[in-house]
Ligand binder design. Structure first.
Ligand SMILES: [Zn+2]
Length: 345
Protein backbone atom coordinates (compact mmCIF):
# COMPACT_ATOMS: atom_id res chain seq x y z
CA UNK A 1 0.00 0.00 0.00
CA UNK A 2 1.48 3.34 -0.93
CA UNK A 3 1.84 6.27 1.46
CA UNK A 4 -0.59 9.09 0.68
CA UNK A 5 -0.51 11.24 3.86
CA UNK A 6 1.51 14.28 4.79
CA UNK A 7 2.00 12.68 8.21
CA UNK A 8 4.05 9.85 6.69
CA UNK A 9 6.64 12.15 5.11
CA UNK A 10 9.78 12.93 7.06
CA UNK A 11 11.98 16.03 6.83
CA UNK A 12 9.80 18.19 4.53
CA UNK A 13 7.95 20.26 7.13
CA UNK A 14 8.32 23.51 5.19
CA UNK A 15 6.93 22.21 1.90
CA UNK A 16 4.06 20.48 3.69
CA UNK A 17 3.16 23.54 5.78
CA UNK A 18 3.09 25.57 2.58
CA UNK A 19 0.80 23.12 0.76
CA UNK A 20 -1.54 22.73 3.73
CA UNK A 21 -1.74 26.53 3.84
CA UNK A 22 -2.62 26.63 0.15
CA UNK A 23 -5.50 24.21 0.73
CA UNK A 24 -6.67 25.98 3.89
CA UNK A 25 -6.94 29.40 2.27
CA UNK A 26 -8.19 28.04 -1.04
CA UNK A 27 -5.61 29.91 -3.13
CA UNK A 28 -4.64 27.03 -5.33
CA UNK A 29 -2.29 27.68 -8.24
CA UNK A 30 -2.65 25.77 -11.50
CA UNK A 31 0.92 24.48 -11.48
CA UNK A 32 3.51 23.60 -8.84
CA UNK A 33 7.15 22.79 -9.30
CA UNK A 34 8.40 20.32 -6.69
CA UNK A 35 12.20 20.63 -6.75
CA UNK A 36 14.85 18.42 -5.16
CA UNK A 37 16.74 15.16 -5.53
CA UNK A 38 14.94 11.84 -5.94
CA UNK A 39 13.72 9.86 -2.97
CA UNK A 40 12.91 12.67 -0.56
CA UNK A 41 9.12 12.50 -0.63
CA UNK A 42 8.05 14.62 -3.61
CA UNK A 43 5.80 11.96 -5.12
CA UNK A 44 4.28 11.03 -1.76
CA UNK A 45 3.67 14.72 -1.06
CA UNK A 46 1.88 15.06 -4.41
CA UNK A 47 -0.35 12.10 -3.49
CA UNK A 48 -1.02 13.60 -0.06
CA UNK A 49 -1.88 16.94 -1.69
CA UNK A 50 -4.28 15.20 -4.08
CA UNK A 51 -5.85 13.24 -1.19
CA UNK A 52 -6.35 16.27 0.97
CA UNK A 53 -7.81 18.38 -1.87
CA UNK A 54 -10.33 15.71 -2.81
CA UNK A 55 -11.10 14.24 0.61
CA UNK A 56 -14.69 14.39 1.89
CA UNK A 57 -13.57 14.76 5.54
CA UNK A 58 -9.97 15.98 5.84
CA UNK A 59 -8.31 15.56 9.24
CA UNK A 60 -5.66 18.17 10.23
CA UNK A 61 -5.04 18.97 6.58
CA UNK A 62 -4.56 15.31 5.65
CA UNK A 63 -6.90 13.02 3.71
CA UNK A 64 -9.05 10.81 5.99
CA UNK A 65 -7.89 7.57 4.30
CA UNK A 66 -11.43 6.16 4.52
CA UNK A 67 -13.69 8.14 2.17
CA UNK A 68 -14.17 6.85 -1.37
CA UNK A 69 -11.80 9.45 -2.85
CA UNK A 70 -9.00 8.67 -0.38
CA UNK A 71 -9.45 4.94 -0.92
CA UNK A 72 -9.13 5.38 -4.66
CA UNK A 73 -5.92 7.36 -4.27
CA UNK A 74 -4.48 4.73 -1.93
CA UNK A 75 -5.51 2.02 -4.38
CA UNK A 76 -3.99 3.86 -7.33
CA UNK A 77 -7.26 4.03 -9.27
CA UNK A 78 -8.51 7.58 -8.76
CA UNK A 79 -9.69 8.80 -12.18
CA UNK A 80 -8.57 12.38 -11.45
CA UNK A 81 -5.05 11.56 -10.37
CA UNK A 82 -2.89 11.20 -13.44
CA UNK A 83 0.81 10.42 -13.16
CA UNK A 84 2.87 10.78 -16.31
CA UNK A 85 6.16 8.90 -16.17
CA UNK A 86 8.93 8.30 -18.74
CA UNK A 87 8.33 5.27 -20.95
CA UNK A 88 10.39 2.22 -19.95
CA UNK A 89 12.10 2.00 -23.29
CA UNK A 90 13.58 5.40 -23.99
CA UNK A 91 13.26 6.86 -20.50
CA UNK A 92 11.59 10.01 -21.84
CA UNK A 93 8.13 11.59 -21.62
CA UNK A 94 6.89 11.71 -25.19
CA UNK A 95 4.65 14.22 -26.95
CA UNK A 96 1.78 11.73 -27.25
CA UNK A 97 1.77 11.42 -23.45
CA UNK A 98 1.24 15.21 -23.30
CA UNK A 99 -1.53 14.95 -25.90
CA UNK A 100 -3.17 12.36 -23.68
CA UNK A 101 -3.27 15.00 -20.91
CA UNK A 102 -5.06 17.38 -23.27
CA UNK A 103 -7.72 14.76 -23.92
CA UNK A 104 -8.38 14.58 -20.17
CA UNK A 105 -8.49 18.38 -19.88
CA UNK A 106 -11.35 18.54 -22.40
CA UNK A 107 -13.57 17.14 -19.63
CA UNK A 108 -14.20 18.29 -16.06
CA UNK A 109 -12.65 16.16 -13.29
CA UNK A 110 -14.63 12.90 -13.20
CA UNK A 111 -15.43 12.93 -9.50
CA UNK A 112 -16.20 16.64 -9.30
CA UNK A 113 -13.14 17.62 -7.23
CA UNK A 114 -9.68 18.53 -8.41
CA UNK A 115 -7.74 16.75 -11.10
CA UNK A 116 -4.02 16.41 -10.27
CA UNK A 117 -1.67 15.74 -13.12
CA UNK A 118 1.86 14.91 -12.11
CA UNK A 119 4.86 14.81 -14.44
CA UNK A 120 7.41 12.63 -12.71
CA UNK A 121 10.17 13.58 -13.44
CA UNK A 122 9.27 16.56 -15.63
CA UNK A 123 12.82 17.04 -16.96
CA UNK A 124 12.38 13.82 -18.91
CA UNK A 125 10.04 15.53 -21.38
CA UNK A 126 11.49 15.65 -24.87
CA UNK A 127 11.78 19.20 -26.31
CA UNK A 128 8.79 18.41 -28.49
CA UNK A 129 6.78 17.28 -25.48
CA UNK A 130 7.88 20.31 -23.44
CA UNK A 131 6.72 22.67 -26.22
CA UNK A 132 3.33 20.98 -26.34
CA UNK A 133 3.12 21.05 -22.55
CA UNK A 134 3.88 24.78 -22.48
CA UNK A 135 0.70 25.40 -24.50
CA UNK A 136 -1.29 23.21 -22.10
CA UNK A 137 0.12 25.17 -19.20
CA UNK A 138 -0.89 28.53 -20.69
CA UNK A 139 -4.62 28.08 -20.20
CA UNK A 140 -5.49 25.12 -18.02
CA UNK A 141 -9.23 24.74 -17.34
CA UNK A 142 -10.24 25.34 -13.70
CA UNK A 143 -9.81 22.60 -11.07
CA UNK A 144 -6.85 21.09 -12.92
CA UNK A 145 -3.55 21.22 -11.07
CA UNK A 146 -0.18 20.30 -12.50
CA UNK A 147 2.64 19.07 -10.32
CA UNK A 148 6.05 18.98 -11.98
CA UNK A 149 8.56 16.88 -10.11
CA UNK A 150 12.04 18.00 -11.06
CA UNK A 151 15.54 17.51 -9.70
CA UNK A 152 16.91 20.76 -11.07
CA UNK A 153 14.60 23.46 -12.53
CA UNK A 154 17.51 24.46 -14.81
CA UNK A 155 16.75 21.36 -16.85
CA UNK A 156 13.29 22.65 -17.78
CA UNK A 157 12.34 25.44 -20.20
CA UNK A 158 12.44 28.76 -18.31
CA UNK A 159 9.01 29.51 -19.80
CA UNK A 160 7.61 26.44 -18.04
CA UNK A 161 9.37 27.19 -14.75
CA UNK A 162 8.04 30.76 -14.70
CA UNK A 163 4.45 29.52 -14.86
CA UNK A 164 4.80 27.30 -11.80
CA UNK A 165 4.77 28.00 -8.10
CA UNK A 166 8.02 26.62 -6.70
CA UNK A 167 8.01 24.24 -3.73
CA UNK A 168 11.56 23.24 -2.71
CA UNK A 169 12.24 19.87 -1.05
CA UNK A 170 15.41 19.35 0.97
CA UNK A 171 17.76 16.37 1.21
CA UNK A 172 17.28 14.72 4.60
CA UNK A 173 19.91 15.05 7.34
CA UNK A 174 22.15 11.93 7.53
CA UNK A 175 21.13 11.48 11.16
CA UNK A 176 17.42 11.14 10.22
CA UNK A 177 18.25 8.45 7.68
CA UNK A 178 20.49 6.58 10.15
CA UNK A 179 17.67 6.57 12.71
CA UNK A 180 15.15 5.47 10.14
CA UNK A 181 17.36 2.54 9.03
CA UNK A 182 17.96 1.40 12.59
CA UNK A 183 14.27 1.64 13.46
CA UNK A 184 12.58 0.39 10.29
CA UNK A 185 15.19 -1.92 8.84
CA UNK A 186 16.77 -3.18 12.08
CA UNK A 187 20.16 -2.28 10.68
CA UNK A 188 23.29 -2.13 12.83
CA UNK A 189 24.50 1.39 13.48
CA UNK A 190 27.83 1.18 11.60
CA UNK A 191 26.21 -0.21 8.48
CA UNK A 192 23.39 2.34 8.72
CA UNK A 193 25.95 5.15 8.87
CA UNK A 194 27.74 4.04 5.70
CA UNK A 195 24.46 3.57 3.89
CA UNK A 196 23.00 6.89 5.04
CA UNK A 197 26.02 8.81 3.80
CA UNK A 198 26.00 6.95 0.49
CA UNK A 199 22.36 7.87 -0.02
CA UNK A 200 23.24 11.59 0.18
CA UNK A 201 20.07 12.68 1.89
CA UNK A 202 17.69 10.57 -0.18
CA UNK A 203 15.50 8.26 1.88
CA UNK A 204 14.33 6.52 -1.30
CA UNK A 205 17.94 5.74 -2.17
CA UNK A 206 18.57 4.49 1.37
CA UNK A 207 15.55 2.19 1.09
CA UNK A 208 16.80 0.77 -2.20
CA UNK A 209 20.25 0.20 -0.72
CA UNK A 210 18.79 -1.40 2.40
CA UNK A 211 16.93 -3.98 0.31
CA UNK A 212 20.14 -4.80 -1.50
CA UNK A 213 23.14 -6.40 0.15
CA UNK A 214 24.94 -3.23 -0.78
CA UNK A 215 28.27 -4.04 0.84
CA UNK A 216 28.68 -7.47 -0.82
CA UNK A 217 30.14 -6.20 -4.11
CA UNK A 218 32.11 -3.35 -2.60
CA UNK A 219 35.46 -5.21 -2.37
CA UNK A 220 35.31 -6.00 -6.12
CA UNK A 221 34.37 -2.46 -7.00
CA UNK A 222 37.13 -0.98 -4.88
CA UNK A 223 39.56 -3.51 -6.35
CA UNK A 224 38.76 -2.15 -9.82
CA UNK A 225 39.88 1.28 -8.60
CA UNK A 226 43.13 -0.10 -7.25
CA UNK A 227 43.83 -1.64 -10.65
CA UNK A 228 43.38 1.80 -12.17
CA UNK A 229 46.51 2.85 -10.28
CA UNK A 230 48.90 0.21 -11.59
CA UNK A 231 47.09 -1.44 -14.53
CA UNK A 232 47.73 -0.74 -18.22
CA UNK A 233 45.07 0.88 -20.44
CA UNK A 234 44.62 -2.42 -22.29
CA UNK A 235 44.00 -4.24 -19.03
CA UNK A 236 41.41 -1.62 -18.04
CA UNK A 237 39.61 -1.97 -21.38
CA UNK A 238 39.47 -5.74 -20.80
CA UNK A 239 38.12 -5.14 -17.34
CA UNK A 240 35.41 -2.83 -18.69
CA UNK A 241 34.45 -5.47 -21.26
CA UNK A 242 34.28 -8.23 -18.67
CA UNK A 243 32.32 -6.15 -16.24
CA UNK A 244 29.78 -4.99 -18.83
CA UNK A 245 29.09 -8.62 -19.78
CA UNK A 246 28.81 -9.68 -16.19
CA UNK A 247 26.30 -6.87 -15.72
CA UNK A 248 24.19 -8.28 -18.54
CA UNK A 249 24.03 -11.72 -16.99
CA UNK A 250 23.50 -10.47 -13.46
CA UNK A 251 20.46 -8.45 -14.38
CA UNK A 252 18.47 -8.96 -17.55
CA UNK A 253 16.20 -6.21 -16.32
CA UNK A 254 17.62 -2.88 -17.45
CA UNK A 255 16.34 -0.94 -14.46
CA UNK A 256 18.00 -3.35 -12.00
CA UNK A 257 21.21 -3.23 -13.97
CA UNK A 258 21.23 0.56 -14.00
CA UNK A 259 20.58 0.62 -10.26
CA UNK A 260 23.55 -1.68 -9.78
CA UNK A 261 25.86 0.56 -11.81
CA UNK A 262 24.54 3.62 -9.98
CA UNK A 263 25.41 1.90 -6.71
CA UNK A 264 28.89 1.07 -7.95
CA UNK A 265 29.45 4.68 -9.00
CA UNK A 266 28.24 5.78 -5.57
CA UNK A 267 30.80 3.51 -3.91
CA UNK A 268 33.52 4.78 -6.25
CA UNK A 269 32.62 8.34 -5.38
CA UNK A 270 32.74 7.57 -1.67
CA UNK A 271 36.16 5.98 -2.15
CA UNK A 272 37.67 9.04 -3.84
CA UNK A 273 36.02 11.34 -1.33
CA UNK A 274 37.53 9.34 1.49
CA UNK A 275 40.97 9.53 -0.12
CA UNK A 276 40.55 13.28 -0.52
CA UNK A 277 39.56 13.58 3.12
CA UNK A 278 42.65 11.59 4.19
CA UNK A 279 44.87 13.67 1.90
CA UNK A 280 43.54 16.91 3.34
CA UNK A 281 43.88 15.64 6.90
CA UNK A 282 40.14 15.70 7.66
CA UNK A 283 38.62 14.03 10.72
CA UNK A 284 38.60 10.27 10.35
CA UNK A 285 35.05 9.82 11.63
CA UNK A 286 33.83 11.42 8.39
CA UNK A 287 35.36 8.56 6.38
CA UNK A 288 32.61 6.50 4.76
CA UNK A 289 34.53 3.32 4.12
CA UNK A 290 35.91 3.38 7.63
CA UNK A 291 36.22 -0.42 7.74
CA UNK A 292 38.59 -0.25 4.75
CA UNK A 293 40.48 2.74 6.15
CA UNK A 294 44.01 1.32 5.82
CA UNK A 295 43.46 0.25 2.23
CA UNK A 296 42.09 3.69 1.43
CA UNK A 297 45.04 5.41 3.07
CA UNK A 298 47.49 3.33 1.06
CA UNK A 299 45.67 4.06 -2.23
CA UNK A 300 45.60 7.79 -1.48
CA UNK A 301 49.42 7.95 -1.65
CA UNK A 302 49.17 7.38 -5.43
CA UNK A 303 47.20 10.60 -5.94
CA UNK A 304 47.56 14.34 -5.72
CA UNK A 305 44.63 16.46 -4.52
CA UNK A 306 44.08 17.59 -8.12
CA UNK A 307 44.05 13.96 -9.25
CA UNK A 308 41.36 13.09 -6.72
CA UNK A 309 39.20 16.06 -7.66
CA UNK A 310 39.60 15.11 -11.32
CA UNK A 311 38.57 11.52 -10.46
CA UNK A 312 35.39 12.73 -8.77
CA UNK A 313 34.59 14.75 -11.92
CA UNK A 314 35.09 11.61 -14.05
CA UNK A 315 32.58 9.73 -11.88
CA UNK A 316 30.10 12.61 -12.02
CA UNK A 317 30.40 12.36 -15.82
CA UNK A 318 29.66 8.63 -15.65
CA UNK A 319 26.57 9.27 -13.51
CA UNK A 320 25.40 11.74 -16.11
CA UNK A 321 26.01 9.19 -18.88
CA UNK A 322 24.04 6.59 -16.95
CA UNK A 323 21.12 8.94 -16.52
CA UNK A 324 21.19 9.66 -20.23
CA UNK A 325 21.04 6.00 -21.05
CA UNK A 326 24.52 5.68 -22.55
CA UNK A 327 25.89 2.28 -23.45
CA UNK A 328 27.34 0.52 -20.41
CA UNK A 329 30.58 -0.60 -22.05
CA UNK A 330 31.23 2.92 -23.30
CA UNK A 331 30.52 4.32 -19.85
CA UNK A 332 32.91 1.91 -18.14
CA UNK A 333 35.70 2.34 -20.66
CA UNK A 334 35.50 6.08 -20.49
CA UNK A 335 35.40 6.09 -16.67
CA UNK A 336 38.31 3.70 -16.12
CA UNK A 337 40.54 5.46 -18.65
CA UNK A 338 39.56 8.84 -17.23
CA UNK A 339 40.38 7.65 -13.72
CA UNK A 340 43.70 6.28 -14.94
CA UNK A 341 44.62 9.66 -16.45
CA UNK A 342 43.81 11.29 -13.09
CA UNK A 343 46.54 9.23 -11.39
CA UNK A 344 49.12 11.20 -13.41
CA UNK A 345 47.94 14.66 -12.36
ZN1 LIG B 1 -10.84 11.14 2.64
Amino acid sequence: MRATSFSEIIGQEKAIAFLKGVIANGRIASAYLFTGIQGIGKTTTALAFASSLNCRNPVDGDGCNICSSCKKIIGGNHPDLIIIEPDQDKKVIRIDQIREINRHLAFSPALGGYRIIMLDPAEKMTDEAANAFLKTLEEPPPRNIFILDVRDPGELFATIVSRCQKVPFRPLPTEDIVNWLIKKENMEKDKAKILARLSEGSLGEAMTLARDDFLADRPDWVDMLNRVIDGSSDMLLDLAQKFSEFGKKAAANKKLKDDRIALMLGIWKSWYRDMLLIKLGGTTDLILNSDLGNLCKKASTSYTVDGLIRSLAVIAGAEHDLMNNRNLLFLLERSLLGLKRATNL
